[in-house]
Design a protein around this ligand. Structure first.
Ligand SMILES: [Zn+2]
Length: 85
């Protein structure tokens, strides 16, 4: 299912996909964020691994920005997904 989300994001139809997911619990945005929280936990700058740190996500309607600040060295990390073609 995560692969499907990636494909939909690249195609720019994530908003349609979101609507279909609303009643199933968990939007693709939330799923992507939880994926980062589960798999992208090691800071590339200092090597600090934080299993319980959470990514923040925000959207301006055209893109979604996932943001994370390392609690050890304060390095900023971002993943940006464009929602429009
Ligand atoms: Zn760090």
């Amino acid at each position: 299912m995560d692969e499907l989300i990636d494909i939909f994001i690249r195609m720019g139809v994530i908003s349609c996909y979101m609507k279909s997911r609303i009643n199933l619990g968990g939007t693709p945005f939330e799923r992507l964020r939880s994926r980062y929280e589960n798999t992208d936990t090691k800071c590339p700058d200092c090597g600090y691994v934080c299993d319980s740190c959470s990514w923040t996500s925000k959207s301006d309607g055209r893109r979604v920005v996932y943001h994370y600040v390392c609690p050890s060295c304060d390095a900023d990390r971002e993943h940006v997904f464009r929602l429009t073609k």
